[in-house]
Structure formats: C-alpha cells, structure tokens
Design a protein around this ligand. Structure first.
Ligand SMILES: *[C@@H]1O[C@H](CO)[C@@H](O)[C@H](O)[C@H]1NC(C)=O
Length: 509
C-alpha cells in the first residue's frame, strides 16, 4: 500500500520558493580512490544492479508462476481472481508490499518498463529477455483486463480488508472483489494509461514477437478510444475503492495526452498527431509541473513528444522542446527556474511517501532527454545557462549512485545490492516465513507479530527499491514505515532503463 497524497500543486508553489544551495549535489566519493580519475570506471556494478532491478518483478508476480521462476520463495497465489465477475483475471503484479492488484499503477509500471526497453534495451545484453518477460507479465494481464470492449477491470482485491491483514499472497483469504469501469462509470486516467502501456509494449515486441505486438497495438487503439470517448475520473465512480490508495489527484487530461503520444508512436496514424495538436493545450501540455509518477504524466509526455520534434522532425510538435526544457531547468541546481528540493546528501526530494519513485522516474527522463539531445545536437537553455546532455547524465548518475549507496548513511536502497541494504522492508511475502519453511497457513492477524518485530525479513526480495530516506537523508529501516520501507513496481520500472544506460557507459571496475 502506498498512500500517495499528491501535493503536486502545493508543492510546486512551495518548491519555487526554495533556494537551492551549492551543496545540492555534493560528492560522496572521498573514500573512493577512483574519484580522482575520470569516471569511465564504474563506482558501482550497474550490471548487477540492472539484473536485480528486473528480478524484483518476479517477487511481485500474482497468479500461476512459471517453472523458471527465479525468486523461489514465492508460490502460486490468487488463482481464482476475476471469478467474482466471471472473468479470468489471474496474473499481473501486486503493486507493492500488499496483495492487491491495482490496475492504474500496474499499467504505469508496464509503460515505464517498456519505455526503458525502447530507449536502452539495446544495451541490456542478457537482461533484455528478462526485461521483456517482466513486461509480458504485465501486458498478459492488461489484455485480460480489457478483454470486453468498453469495460476495464481496474482492481482485484479490497484494499482496506487486505491492508487489515499481514498475510502471504499464497495464504490470502480476504475478498477478491473485482472493480471495473465502463461507459457509465468511466475512468479516463486508468483507461488511457492502460492504452499507453499496451502501445508502448507493442513497440517492445515489434520484432521479437510481431503477432503479440499486433494484438497489443490493436487493443491499445480500442482502449484509448474508450478512454477518450467516455471521459471521467475513476476516483469518482470508485472513490471508496481506489482512494486514498491510487486516487487520481492530477486528473485524467495528462493521461489522455500521454496515451495519445504512445498511440502516435506505436501506430503512426496521423489521427493521434492531430489529436495532440488540437487538444495539447487543453490537456495541459505547457502546465508547470515537475513531478512524474503513477499519477502525473505531464512531464513524461513532454519528453516523449519532444523526441518527435528533435529526432523525427515533426515540426508541429516544436513547442514540446520548450516544454521539456522548462521541466529540465526546474531540476538544475542554480539555474534560473530551478524548483527542486534536494536532501543535504543530494537526493531529489519530492515527497515523504515513496520519494524514490520520483528519483528513479526523473533520472530516467534526464537520461532519455540527454539521448535525444545528443542525437539532434541540441542543448537546453535555462535562462542564459547552457545545459548540455552531459550535465543531465551527470545529475542522473548521481541520483542513481545515491540510491545504490553513495549517501551519508552508506545505505543501498536496493535490497540485495551492496553490503548494507534495508533488512525490514514493508512487504508481506518478504517478511513472513516462506511456504517452504512454514507450509501451514498464517492467518490474517497472526502475521502482525512478525510485522511489528525487529527481526530481519527472512526472504530477501532481491532488487526491490524502497521509498528511501527522509528529507534529512535518514533511514530507520522499520517494517511498519511504509513511506520509507515499502518497495513498489513503479519505483523499479524506470530504474531498469537508467541502469542499462549506466551499465553500458560506465563499464566494469
Ligand atoms: C514530511 O515529514 C516531515 C517530518 O520529517 C513532517 O514534518 C511533514 O509534515 C511531512 N510532510 C507531509 C506532507 O506529510
């Protein structure tokens, strides 16, 4: 469960008032002998981190597991999901440390895993196949959730009842209620994000599995039509179900723009370009914002559309270069318009709850934009300061390095990476004994004695990245602290792309 109260608006106002100090990106390499050499040498084993970041998704799998399942303490679970509405909804991902399948963040996770592969899959080597399988686990489920026209099954599980138990997914006995949106109860944000995920994934499989790719893109087209034709927020019709868990705070216009951008990329049908041109302004193309996550896609859409101008030379999307630049400038310490807060140790800090999701999503956008700028021989102009792609990469690398352990408490926020990492993550399956060790059922409330204990989790959820440190770089490693200690699929998804880039560019030690 991640309660993400989105304080986007308030935060934007607040953060513009924040002054950035020159220590926003201090170096933490004083102990590292390689610091004085040029950093073509890795300070981290990015390839190891990449493998682990993808492996994590196997620990989040719901449904019937495959024989090659590598996280072996996990077993089959939720095998009759969907039966409450007589549909097959077996599969998909648990979002975080609980046992609910939330369609909105699952779709966003799938979109970001796909974008990671689209930009940096060519650098993944042997991990490319694992990344594709992680995507397919998401898209197979999204195809089931969209099997009926004008209906999307957007959630399986009752979040309040689920969260009242501390149970392994394999033991789960809380109601597997199914919730849907349809023409009378629309949900344009979850529908358009689902369309984005299917469209993005269709690009991933275009060569490796063209049949699957066509299925995905056809479904994406149909789902986007539904999202756009029946407009509304699922947070209205399903308010008591999805709020405050994955309540849509930023509205659905950002997802319509983002969805259309992905449909444009996947189909090249001029209809979508036309849609973006006609509706872009209404959909908030230029609105100031620099938060990118499962709720808010504005800046993601800007970076994505800037590529169409920079690389594909689509002149009508000229403005998106400026929109993307404004976002980038808001992240640069010391630049005019900078409007971002950093911890004293140098971590981008946006929210108390699951802050690391913004670190990974923003780093991915920085590396992706740097790629587009390099390919088009462009730079960013931040009110007189020229910002090069190299600078963007340096900032992104420092964020990832902080995440991997270059921080004041020397903690890797990726479980199983490095000598020091979170031992008590807020995750039911990881914290309770495995089925192999304890085959007997652990009842709903019996698990809370473990949750409240200080013992380390017995099952290491390798690759899981948690919410991370607080504004002062502190991390208590407390299991009950879901804000800082809970992993989530959408924290990892954009990190996969960044690690592929870093593994390629900063070789091995
Ligand atoms: C974030 O945490 C700090 C304490 O570290 C607290 O003072 C502040 O109110 C919290 N902010 C929100 C929005 O919860």
């Amino acid at each position: 469960m991640i309660f993400s109260l989105s304080f986007t608006l308030l935060f934007s106002l607040f953060s513009t008032l924040l002054l950035l100090h020159s220590n926003a990106f201090p170096l933490h390499y004083h102990n590292h002998p390689l610091h004085h050499h040029h950093s073509r040498f890795a300070t981290h084993n990015y390839r190891d981190a990449l493998s682990k970041s993808i492996l994590f998704f196997e620990g989040q799998r719901s449904g019937k597991l495959l024989s090659n399942q590598r996280i072996s303490w996990r077993k089959d679970s939720a095998l009759s999901d969907g039966s409450a509405m007589h549909v097959d909804l077996v599969g998909g991902y648990y979002d975080a440390g609980d046992n609910v399948k939330f369609g909105f963040p699952m779709a966003f996770t799938t979109t970001m895993l796909s974008w990671s592969v689209i930009e940096f899959g060519g650098l993944m080597k042997s991990e490319l196949q694992n990344a594709r399988e992680a995507i397919r686990w998401g898209t197979d489920y999204l195809l089931k959730a969209t099997v009926h026209p004008n209906i999307i099954y957007v959630q399986v599980g009752d979040a309040k009842k689920d969260h009242a138990c501390w149970e392994r997914p394999e033991d789960m006995d809380t109601p597997r209620s199914v919730f849907k949106i349809d023409a009378n109860n629309p949900g344009s944000e979850v529908a358009a994000e689902t369309a984005a995920a299917l469209a993005a994934a269709s690009l991933v499989f275009r060569r490796s599995d063209p049949v699957y790719s066509k299925i995905l893109v056809r479904r994406a087209i149909r789902v986007f039509q539904f999202a756009d034709k029946y407009r509304g927020a699922y947070s209205n019709s399903l308010k008591h179900v999805v709020c405050p868990f994955y309540c849509d705070y930023s509205g659905y216009l950002d997802e319509l723009l983002w969805g259309a951008a992905w449909l444009h990329k996947a189909t090249k049908n001029p209809m979508y370009l036309n849609y973006i041109q006609v509706n872009g302004h209404i959909l908030g193309a230029a609105q100031f914002d620099n938060t990118f996550g499962w709720d808010n896609k504005h800046v993601g859409a800007r970076i994505l559309l800037s590529k169409e101008f920079l690389i594909q030379k689509v002149q009508s999307l000229h403005d998106y270069k400026g929109h993307a630049d404004n976002f980038i400038c808001s992240l640069i310490p010391g630049a005019s318009f900078s409007a971002s807060q950093y911890t004293p140790g140098g971590l981008l800090f946006k929210m108390n709850d699951s802050n690391m999701q913004y670190v990974t999503s923003t780093s991915f956008l920085l590396l992706t934009y740097a790629k587009y700028l390099t390919m088009s021989h462009m730079v960013v102009n931040c009110g007189g300061t020229t910002v090069t792609p190299k600078r963007l990469r340096t900032i992104a690398k420092k964020q990832v390095d902080y995440l991997l352990g270059d921080n004041p408490v020397k903690m890797s926020y990726m479980v199983g990476y490095g000598p020091r990492y979170p031992r008590r993550i807020h995750h039911r399956g990881s914290s309770l004994p495995s089925i192999a060790v304890h085959p007997g059922k652990i009842q709903c409330s019996a698990g809370f004695s473990v949750m409240n204990s200080q013992s380390p989790n017995p099952n290491v959820l390798v690759g899981a990245v948690v919410g991370g440190p607080d504004l002062h770089d502190r991390f208590p490693d407390e299991r009950s602290d879901y804000e800082q200690s809970e992993p989530a699929t959408y924290i990892n998804a954009p990190l996969v792309g960044s690690l592929a880039y870093l593994a390629h560019s900063f070789g091995q030690l």
